[in-house]
Design a protein around this ligand. Structure first.
Ligand SMILES: Cc1cc2nc3c(=O)[nH]c(=O)nc-3n(C[C@H](O)[C@H](O)[C@H](O)COP(=O)(O)O)c2cc1C
Length: 436
């Protein structure tokens, strides 16, 4: 209905340009029309709505779907009550039935604009979280403070942060510094995993086409994986086998609860890029084990908020080697998704050379939601300058904006992105089969 078919541009030999980007792909039982995903990005649009979707969030995702993106991955949605008490800003929520109607409408809207939609679901931010009442955030181990050093920020973001003088102020709760964490008990670990499994059932009921477990960037699952932040002496700490137990138990619980109803993937940092953190070879082993257990895809990222410059790279293609590393340990049918390749020629080549199967675009889709259609049609698109104004705002807990795209954050006023008045092809009952 709202979509128009884009005519592919052709090179001198008459072949479509960047054709690899526009080949369909299967992730588990979900068919995606091209190799272009929208990377999850916390928008802080639901701040005034306490984690429930609103008109702005729907129109914002509709714009990216209408722009030809094959797969929308939502911002990181908080999947347990405990997680929702310790974000550093505000995110969408999904852990009880009241969250269902809004998310179901979000799914319907994205489907109406001809894209698939996966939910990125988080079990918590751990030591990178903040409570508003200064209650200590929960983490694998106590007493390991968290702080981003200026030299670990991307250069342009560092300039912004230093200029504002605000973001580095320890009195202001931002993503730069968090409160001293406390250790999670084993009982808490088990009950969080159980609640998270239930939230995944809600995700199926809301109609999402897939679930992405949020485990990169130094968040809770990552903290368990990393010898830097996990000093436990029980079965969740010590050896790599023990450090990966939390992630594996989460994955197993999700499968136990939803079976193969929709694909389940995971986002992981390919390397923590901290001297005492978890490195690529150990991360590959985590990925290999998940591949063996049946994970449907792996979405790569890099670094953590302590090593921010690695996951907000200053140039294209910095993660492609780590992507190839993950691919080397996964079964051939399990795709890998790689962010931060904004250049279409480089993206198409990376797919052709087998380094990655899909690309995911973050900041590039903030500045130009129509990247996919424009690339396919051979039209010019607005290039992201990687200035990080977008991120610097959300780090401060403010809704995302883009210096070069003044429409970002105002999509709700643009009728071309309004959600449909009548859902197309929706089932009255969600499809659960086959459940275990
Ligand atoms: C404003 C903003 C919010 C983000 N929030 C998330 C998030 O919720 N979950 C996540 O896994 N990554 C998040 N990211 C990281 C992006 O998914 C992506 O990996 C990163 O921006 C690099 O890709 P790019 O160069 O295309 O921007 C965020 C990025 C930005 C700019």
């Amino acid at each position: 209905m709202q979509t128009t078919k884009t005519q592919p541009s052709r090179n001198r030999a008459g072949a479509p340009t960047h054709a690899e980007l526009f080949e369909p792909i299967r992730i588990g039982n979900c068919k995606i029309k091209n190799r272009i995903a929208m990377a999850p990005m916390n928008t802080v649009f639901s701040m005034d709505n306490q984690g429930y979707p609103n008109e702005q969030i729907m129109a914002y995702y509709a714009a990216r779907a209408k722009g030809g993106t094959g797969l929308i991955i939502t911002e990181c949605v908080l999947g347990t009550r405990l997680a929702s008490r310790f974000p550093y800003t505000s995110n969408l929520h999904l852990f009880n039935g009241t969250h269902l109607p809004g998310l179901e409408e979000l799914v319907e809207t994205i489907h109406a604009f001809d894209a698939k939609v996966f939910i990125q679901l988080s079990i918590g931010f751990g030591r990178q979280g903040h409570s508003h009442d200064h209650e200590a955030p929960y983490a694998p181990s106590a007493g390991i403070p968290y702080q981003t050093l200026p030299e670990m920020l991307p250069a342009k973001m560092r300039k912004l942060v230093e200029k504002s003088g605000f973001l580095m102020n320890p009195k202001i709760p931002t993503m730069i510094m968090a409160q001293m964490p406390r250790e999670m008990t084993r009982e808490e670990i088990k009950s969080e995993i159980a609640e998270f499994g239930h939230s995944c059932v809600l995700a199926v009921m809301a109609g999402f086409d897939g679930i992405e477990l949020h485990a990169p960037h130094g968040y809770l699952e990552h903290q368990f994986l990393s010898p830097r932040t996990n000093k436990r002496t029980d079965e969740y700490g010590g050896s790599l086998e023990n450090r990966m137990r939390f992630v594996i138990e989460i994955y197993d619980k999700v499968r136990e609860m939803i079976g193969t109803a929709i694909p389940v993937g995971i986002r992981l940092s390919g390397d923590e890029h901290m001297p005492d953190g978890i490195h690529h070879e150990e991360m590959k082993e985590v990925v290999r084990v998940l591949g063996e257990r049946g994970i449907d895809y792996v979405h790569l990222s890099s670094g953590s908020y302590e090593a921010t410059k690695y996951f907000f790279p200053e140039k294209d293609g910095t993660m492609l080697d780590e992507a190839a590393g993950f691919k080397s340990v996964l079964p051939a049918h399990v795709p890998v998704m790689t962010p931060s390749v904004h250049n279409p020629a480089m993206a198409a080549r990376a797919i052709r050379e087998g380094k990655t199967d899909l690309i995911s675009l973050g900041r590039q889709l903030l500045i130009d939601p129509g990247w996919a259609n424009k690339v396919q049609a051979g039209e010019k698109f607005r290039k992201c300058t990687r200035c990080c104004e977008c991120l610097s705002r959300t780090v401060l807990g403010m809704p995302v904006r883009c210096l070069h795209n003044r429409d970002l954050g105002r999509e709700k006023y643009m009728p071309e992105y309004w959600r449909p008045t009548r859902a197309k092809g929706r089932l009255v009952m969600p499809q659960f089969a086959p459940l275990p």
